[in-house]
Design a protein around this ligand. Structure first.
Ligand code: TEU
Ligand code: CA
Length: 542
């Protein structure tokens, strides 16, 4: 008998995402590592988070930053050893911090032993671990993948083609094969047995494909495969799963995360992160309307709350810094704090990406040598003849995944304390005043604001379990309410660089009774019948 998920600990989890290559280098080779993560446990404990999620650290050629796994049950030697990982678990668990790892099971690296076998011959025992087609099929089904490459790659050994959505070095697994599925289950139990508390499931919706058309949008067996994963793995202890999904409406997502279905625990939604892009294109800046952004978040609150549980995200390793996307260069501290309060005080599990708590802006990306990421390299090659260098780098600066992957700034020493050697991606950045040590000593810093925010998110049940209601969302002004057991709290914000007044009448009348400020981003914030909100001012009141 399996032990089903017993507690809802994820409802009070604040999850800090670590991109291991860029977090902290312990041995001076310019590459972040597991010992580096261990060395920052006190910092994360002081921040107040109660869970970490570590992006892939498994053996990998790192064509896609480690999301191309060569060996599922090992630690890449650049990052350390399995013993180091066990020590990491011990250190974090001893502080009461849970550890979530990344599960990349839609594809492997082309260097994975299964793939090396699979490509050898049509009757190899591993042939059906991957998706193979002949030339006539491929000619009739051409398409471009996520990184601007063809989705079918030729191999001479058997004169046939294998399927991939991401780089050609990331062949996709054939989930129709029960043997492949049982190998994956075994691997997941290996990490659970070591003590891992949950998994972030990379592009998990892609695992089921239409055998007639693997590149097509149909996912006929997705629910079946997820329930099987739950039965065979996730239900065996009190662990959680977070799905990475793209293009899902709340209606389509609910069956994946509704508890009674026993599939996944949580899923990311990124609708609001598409705002401020031209026609939704990731590398092109467009107009940004704050009320659309708040409206997207509120839509998910209204559709998911009470039925399943939301996630709250402003950044991750695939996204530029939220300050550079939605904040203000004139008011960096105020706008970083407003973004944090606006998003994380809604209902849902909060995810904070390393450095976000410092209010980091993007590094400078303005030449070919400042590009490392495979998606950005694909974009560069696609547009380098069509656009002038100025126009091209403007887009890359705006959208590149490299923005989030520069070394974490710990102090003001060379390379901001990320490494004593030469960083693996040596991008120019201005982190003189936005680094952990500088912000530690400044009580008005974004870091101090995040600490307070995380504290109330975890310890004040209005901000974890409370009901959500959007009371006002016009132009740049928003007000929402959280209510738990008849106790109210209000989150108010002016998402713009000009001052505005807000009259507390009609829908906002309840706010008049507020007398206490729980959190604010201006030292002299005050509650008045007509609120005068300064640029990016946010007030959390009760
Ligand atoms: O990302 C999924 C994905 O579709 C990304 O290409 C995403 O669309 C884009 O970067 C953001 O707009 C996941 C991982 O998070 C990413 O780092 C990997 O490259 C990808 O899967 C393949 O494993
Ligand atoms: Ca290192």
């Amino acid at each position: 008998m399996s032990i089903k998920q017993t507690t809802d600990w994820y409802k009070k989890a604040v999850i800090y995402q670590i991109y291991p290559r860029s977090f902290c280098d312990s041995n001076g080779d310019g590459i972040g590592d597991i010992q580096g993560i261990i060395s920052k446990a006190d910092y994360l404990e002081d921040l107040g988070i109660n869970t970490i999620w570590i992006s892939p650290f498994y053996k990998s050629p790192k064509i896609d930053g480690g999301y191309d796994i060569e060996d599922y049950c090992s630690v890449d030697e650049e990052y350390g050893t399995l013993e180091d990982f066990k020590a990491l678990l011990k250190t974090y668990h001893s502080k009461g911090i849970r550890v979530i790892t990344d599960l990349v099971i839609n594809h492997t690296s082309d260097r994975h032993a299964w793939f090396k076998e699979s490509r050898k011959s049509k009757n190899n025992p591993y042939r059906d671990f991957y998706i193979w087609r002949d030339k006539s099929y491929v000619d009739a089904h051409q398409g471009l993948g996520e990184f601007n490459q063809s989705q079918w790659e030729y191999t001479a050994e058997t004169d046939s083609y294998y399927f991939h959505t991401f780089s050609k070095e990331q062949p996709e697994l054939n989930w129709e094969n029960p043997l492949l599925r049982s190998k994956i289950h075994e691997m997941i139990r290996f990490w659970m047995d070591l003590g891992v508390d949950g998994f972030r499931c990379d592009v998990i919706y892609l695992i089921s494909k239409d055998p007639e058309n693997p590149a097509g949008p149909n996912r006929p067996r997705l629910h079946e495969f997820l329930h099987e994963l739950y039965e065979q793995c996730f239900s065996l202890k009190d662990c959680i799963t977070i799905a990475e999904l793209w293009g899902y409406s709340p209606e389509k997502m609910l069956p994946l995360i509704a508890k009674e279905r026993e599939e996944l625990t949580l899923a990311f939604q990124f609708d609001h992160l598409s705002r401020g892009r031209k026609n939704g294109r990731k590398y092109e800046r467009g107009d940004f309307c704050p009320n659309d952004f708040i409206g997207d978040l509120a839509k998910w609150q209204n559709e998911i709350n009470g039925k399943a549980w939301n996630t709250l995200v402003l950044e991750n390793h695939d996204q530029p810094r939220s300050l550079s996307r939605f904040g203000s260069p004139q008011y960096p501290k105020e706008s970083a704090k407003l973004l944090a309060a606006a998003c994380f005080l809604m209902q849902g599990t909060a995810f904070i990406y390393q450095g976000q708590e410092l209010g980091l802006a993007n590094p400078i990306i303005n030449s070919r040598s400042t590009i490392n990421d495979i998606e950005t390299i694909g974009y560069y090659h696609r547009y380098k003849t069509e656009l002038s260098p100025d126009a091209l780098y403007k887009r890359i600066q705006f959208g590149s995944r490299d923005n989030a992957r520069v070394g974490m700034p710990w102090d003001n020493s060379p390379h901001f304390g990320f490494t004593s050697g030469k960083p693996w991606n040596d991008l120019p950045c201005n982190y003189e005043s936005t680094n952990a040590a500088a912000e530690q000593n400044d009580s008005t810093s974004v870091l101090h604001f995040y600490r307070k925010l995380i504290h109330i998110k975890i310890h004040d049940e209005r901000f974890s379990l409370g009901d959500f209601q959007l009371l006002y969302n016009v132009d740049s002004l928003f007000v929402y309410q959280r209510k738990y057991q008849n106790q109210n709290a209000f989150v108010i914000g002016n998402f713009s660089d000009s001052a505005v007044s807000l009259c507390l009448c009609d829908a906002l009348a309840d706010l008049k009774n507020c007398s206490n400020i729980i959190l604010s981003n201006y030292a002299d914030a005050a509650l008045k019948p007509v609120l005068h909100l300064r640029p990016y001012e946010t007030i959390v009141a009760e």
